[in-house]
Design a protein around this ligand. Structure first.
Ligand SMILES: [Zn+2]
Length: 252
């Protein structure tokens, strides 16, 4: 006797196949698991290996830039500065044209030297674009077609400078609920608020693991286990366990 097929079998299979086909390009097949990336205190040598070995083909268009800014963040942390990195990307060909990182505290204190400021300082010093009185047009054109990526949501100081520079697209990996301005542009003074409305300001389209790593680096910045300068770090003020880690997974 011929076995009768379930009526669902002929319906579900094409549906499942279609769903799989639709989801396949977005599956982060080769990426490591997202949960509990690194225990606190974060070992920067381990984090560096993790980022250096990040797979090329993850299906997320911004992973390449996320990896670039995370490498800068790790370098900054190893120099005893804030673990934040940034880069400028030429959108026409996807090339990274400048990189920057936080240099606020070392080798000497510079109150403005956030990663984005460092990035823009470097780019402008290299471009040496003449001012408007030179008759050579709008100097902000040197930023035309460039997008800025940062590991962390830009603060008010950096965001207003990025807007003033004329950069049209600003992407960040991790939000900064206590100090970020990119998610609060409606609170800017009218001049800056209107400028912000003409720009794209958003989270980077990168793998969730890289977003999580950017967040962990910043949240656990007082608990980083540095390896490049172990002797200097031994007596460094940040070695003292006086900074409370705010990350929910690292509250011990
Ligand atoms: Zn800043």
């Amino acid at each position: 006797m011929k076995q009768r097929l379930s009526p669902y079998r002929s319906v579900l299979c094409p549906v499942c196949c279609m769903a799989i086909l639709l989801l396949l390009p977005n599956l982060n097949r080769y990426a490591p698991a997202a949960e509990n990336l690194f225990p606190c205190p974060i070992d920067l040598a381990v984090v560096k290996r993790y980022v250096d070995n990040w797979p090329q083909d993850t299906g997320f268009p911004d992973d390449r830039y996320a990896v670039a800014v995370l490498k800068e963040a790790i370098a900054a942390a190893n120099e005893h500065n804030g673990p934040i990195g940034a880069c400028l990307v030429r959108q026409s060909d996807g090339q990274i044209v400048e990189r920057g990182r936080n240099r606020q505290f070392e080798p000497y204190f510079r109150s403005h030297a956030h990663a984005e400021m460092d990035l823009l300082d470097r780019y402008e010093a290299r471009m040496r674009v003449p001012g408007p009185h030179s008759g050579k047009g709008n100097p902000r054109k040197c930023y035309e077609g460039l997008a800025l990526y940062s590991t962390l949501e830009p603060c008010p100081m950096c965001l207003t400078r990025i807007l003033n520079a004329g950069i049209s697209k600003i992407y960040f990996l991790a939000p900064d609920e206590s100090g970020g301005m990119a998610s609060r542009t409606d609170a800017l003074p009218p001049f800056w608020r209107n400028m912000a409305r003409e720009r794209v300001i958003a989270r980077a389209q990168c793998s969730p693991q890289l977003r999580e790593l950017a967040l962990q680096l910043f949240a656990c910045r007082g608990h980083l286990r540095r390896t490049c300068y172990p002797q200097a770090f031994k007596n460094h003020p940040e070695q003292k366990e006086n900074r409370r880690c705010k990350h929910p997974d690292h509250t011990k």
